[in-house]
Ligand binder design. Structure first.
Ligand code: ADP
Length: 273
């Protein structure tokens, strides 16, 4: 009867919607796969020529240094220095792309060892001093006694580099403060600036891949540093929090368990994913 017909029509309509949804889902999965493949291939292909390029420039730099006083050498030297600087900058961007690609496919392994966060912070702060004075910023480090845990030293240096680089970049030339403390079985590592700050609506988004606050479009960057940093810290069993006020500045707090994450005890080396 007409009732059965209406029911059959309704079922056919639903089946068609379900098939459309399945097709759309498949297409979006395919799009995600294509994007990951592209990221992986592109970052590897970009990475490959950079090492020989840097080596050639360094050879040129040494040759020029050896012939200082020679005609043209001292004129060319600053150009080679500049070229090397740009190659290093490009390498950092490509390394970030490679990390993101590896993070997505879970191909990064952590190397856990005993690390004193205070020592690490002081060592790294020296490395930043040139960058800080270029930005016209004062860099202050305060600590509260030794803060030792089992972490991946290089990866923590990378996290600090990302957060301090941001603080200097978005810090409006005002002082940047790094503080290390421990409390309740956790290390607390905070990086505070008094710069442009972050609008409330951007606070969640900035930890996502390629996401940047609209207000910072005029600064260079890919929007990967925070994504990578959070992935590293989470793999170590910790977390990153941010508090910020537009125009007043931001504080990023990294929390890390002082005891190794349960994962790393049961499965050996933890993997970022
Ligand atoms: P990048 O700095 O390369 O854009 P990040 O992932 O490190 O990438 O940061 C993402 C975005 O978060 C930045 O583009 C900026 O909009 C915002 N941001 C990060 N740190 C700060 C900070 N200290 N002050 C203001 N904005 C920040």
């Amino acid at each position: 009867g007409p009732h059965e017909l209406a029911l059959a029509e309704e079922l056919a309509r639903r089946a068609s919607v379900a098939m459309d949804n399945a097709r759309l889902y498949q297409q979006s999965q395919e799009a995600v796969r294509l994007r990951e493949d592209f990221l992986s291939v592109a970052s590897h292909e970009l990475h490959t020529p950079l090492t020989p390029l840097r080596l050639h420039l360094q050879t040129l730099q040494r040759a020029l240094a050896a012939s200082v006083g020679g005609a043209g050498a001292s004129r060319l030297m600053p150009k080679v220095d500049k070229a090397l600087e740009q190659v290093k900058r490009l390498s950092r961007l490509v390394d970030d792309l490679l990390d993101v690609s590896r993070l997505t496919s879970g191909r990064i392994r952590l190397q856990l060892e005993e690390v004193d966060l205070v020592e690490l912070t002081r060592d790294q702060a020296e490395r930043f001093s040139e960058q800080a004075s270029a930005a016209g910023c004062q860099l202050l480090v305060t600590t509260e006694g030794p803060t030792v845990g089992h972490w991946d030293r290089m990866r923590l240096e990378q996290v600090l580099t990302n957060l301090v680089t941001n603080a200097l970049k978005y810090g409006a030339g005002r002082p940047v403060e790094i503080h290390v403390a421990s409390s309740g079985g956790r290390a607390l590592w905070s990086i505070r600036d008094h710069g442009i700050g972050i609008a409330a609506k951007d606070l969640e988004r900035i930890f996502e891949r390629f996401e940047r606050a609209v207000s910072t479009r005029q600064y260079g960057g890919l929007g990967l540093g925070l994504y990578i940093s959070l992935a590293i810290v989470r793999a170590l069993g910790g977390d990153i929090h941010v508090a910020s006020q537009p125009g007043a500045g931001s504080v990023f707090t990294v929390e890390l368990p002082l005891e190794p994450a349960r994962d790393s005890r049961t499965h050996g080396t933890p993997c970022l994913d």
